[in-house]
Design a protein around this ligand. Structure first.
Ligand SMILES: [Zn+2]
Length: 120
């Protein structure tokens, strides 16, 4: 069974985001719902500089994305690597609602550690 290696799940509402994602830092997140006490991953993503505000943009999310998990990292390339690992572990664009592979920060030629897809 794939492991997100993130903290949570928490309810995806602004108050909760402010309560637990307190540092302004790059990070990763997964959105999903709870079924039989398990967090079911629906969508994964990252922020290159401010996970808190990125999550707040997602609170509109539909009924299957009421919860989130997160993981803070030190740099945007770390966030990209983790996003790639999570993306592939959870089925890529067939298992997730992500419709495309994670893309590196504009201007950087980071490669996916799983499929070596280059971006930029
Ligand atoms: Zn890949």
């Amino acid at each position: 069974m794939a492991n997100l290696e993130m903290q949570g799940p928490y309810v995806l509402i602004p108050d909760k985001i402010d309560e637990i994602v307190t540092a302004k830092t790059p990070g990763n997140y997964a959105l999903g719902y709870i079924a039989d006490k398990n967090f079911i991953v629906v969508y994964i993503g990252r922020s290159d500089n401010d996970l808190n505000s990125e999550l707040k943009k997602l609170v509109f999310c539909k009924s299957d994305c009421l919860f989130f998990q997160f993981f803070l990292v030190k740099s945007a390339d770390e966030a990209f690597e983790k996003e790639c690992l999570n993306y592939h572990d959870f089925g890529g664009n067939t298992g997730l609602k992500n419709n495309k592979h994670p893309v590196p920060l504009k201007g950087f030629d980071w490669k996916c550690p799983v499929c070596e897809r280059a971006g930029g």
